[in-house]
Design a protein around this ligand. Structure first.
Ligand code: NAD
Length: 343
């Protein structure tokens, strides 16, 4: 079977993780990645057998550092079917014309405005709608987390409204110039925060979010309140989340009381880069009162969107016609867990 050929533009936090995930897929081939700096990440990528492509005027800069590129970004685009754009937020749109010129389909990330792509995407919400599109935008880490739960909940009852607080990590671990380092900052101070608007690009629901930034790099944490049309029990929600791919229920009584312990869990599981692409719901935080449902979950911002990017490739290339098909393959190859964390 010939594999669909994919390139990645932007090899940072998200790009390098998608590159590794692609290399585990039987139906997708990573042709190369675009780098703009001849830094340690370029050297490590080369050591791992990943081909580097650069903007033409950067060729010399890379060669001087001993990183010999395989060609220019245009060379890469002429060899591939799909580009994953993982450049910094707002940069992807500047490449759109170039992607179109080379007739490659594009998967953008959540830092871009929704208009960049034909459809904002989450596998559990709108996989079938994404089939064969020219471009998709995988929504942000916070939005992906909210949508995994909301698109699951709407399978058991119509949702009347959602109110959520987003406790955001200040920076990713490698970022040395961002903060705060000793403050809690309401951000953005407008209500709803942009996360609610982003959810609405995929799911038509009454949602208001408020966000604060806290001095941590490990994970985000959300507290979520949902009002449904039908009454449910705590057990209904626990069973529903336990049955949903990419959602893992964690138990505070076995020492998983904080994001720090969740990251330690990822280390103990031998997860590469301590990644946790699953959404982690604290089992004991699930509460119901008739039609009201509440819970808390933790979001590993650096990795949660990786499986959705793999599914987005399958959707635009029409490699799988049903969400369940791509989820099964992605989750098996990436060893993604669901259910309850138990021995
Ligand atoms: P990053 O800064 O870690 O990586 C971006 C990479 O692109 C870097 O290697 C940078 O050198 C490179 N780059 C910069 N300008 C470029 C250009 N003009 N052309 C090609 N490459 C260029 O950023 P990131 O955190 O990986 O974010 C990428 C996208 O993913 C953004 O849209 C962001 O909003 C989204 N996202 C980020 C996270 C997260 O927590 N980091 C989570 C979900 C989604």
């Amino acid at each position: 079977m010939s594999r669909v050929k994919v390139g990645i533009n932007g090899y940072g936090t998200i790009g390098k993780r998608i590159a590794d995930a692609i290399r585990l897929q039987p139906d997708i081939e990573l042709v190369g990645v675009v780098k703009t700096k001849p830094d340690y990440a370029s050297i490590v990528a080369k050591m791992n057998g990943i081909n580097i492509y650069v903007p033409e005027n950067y060729l010399k800069k890379f060669e001087e550092k001993g990183v010999n590129p395989s060609g220019t970004i245009e060379d890469l685009l002429s060899k591939i079917d799909i580009i994953i754009d993982a450049t910094p937020g707002g940069t992807g749109v500047t490449y759109k014309q170039l992607y179109d010129k080379y007739n490659v389909k594009a998967v953008f990330q959540g830092g871009e405005k929704p208009e960049v792509a034909d459809l904002s995407f989450n596998t559990l919400c709108n996989y079938e709608e994404a089939l064969g599109k020219n471009s998709l935008r995988v929504v942000s880490c916070n939005t992906t987390a909210l949508l995994r739960t909301l698109c699951t909940l709407k399978n058991i009852s119509k949702i009347r409204k959602v109110r959520a607080t987003i406790v955001r990590r200040a920076a990713d671990p490698k970022e040395i110039k961002k903060g705060p380092i000793n403050a809690i900052v309401p951000n953005p101070s407008t209500i709803p925060s942009h996360h609610a608007l982003d959810v609405k690009t995929v799911l038509d629901v009454d949602i208001i979010t408020m966000a604060v930034i806290v001095p941590t790099t490990l994970m985000h944490l959300h507290t979520v309140y949902v009002e449904l049309e039908s009454s449910v029990t705590r057990n209904d929600i626990e069973e529903l989340f336990a049955d949903t791919p990419r959602i893992l229920l964690v138990d505070p009584s076995i020492g998983l009381k904080s994001t720090a312990e969740l990251i330690e869990l990822a280390r103990d599981l031998g997860r590469k880069r301590n990644d946790i692409p699953e959404l982690l719901v604290w089992q004991d935080s699930i509460e119901t009162r008739g039609t009201e449902v509440m819970w808390m979950h933790a979001v590993h911002q650096e990795s949660i969107v990786v499986p959705e990017n793999i599914d987005a490739i399958r959707a635009v290339a029409q490699l799988a016609y049903k969400a369940e098909e791509t989820i099964e393959l992605t989750d098996k190859t990436l060893k993604i867990l669901h259910g309850r964390l138990a021995s």
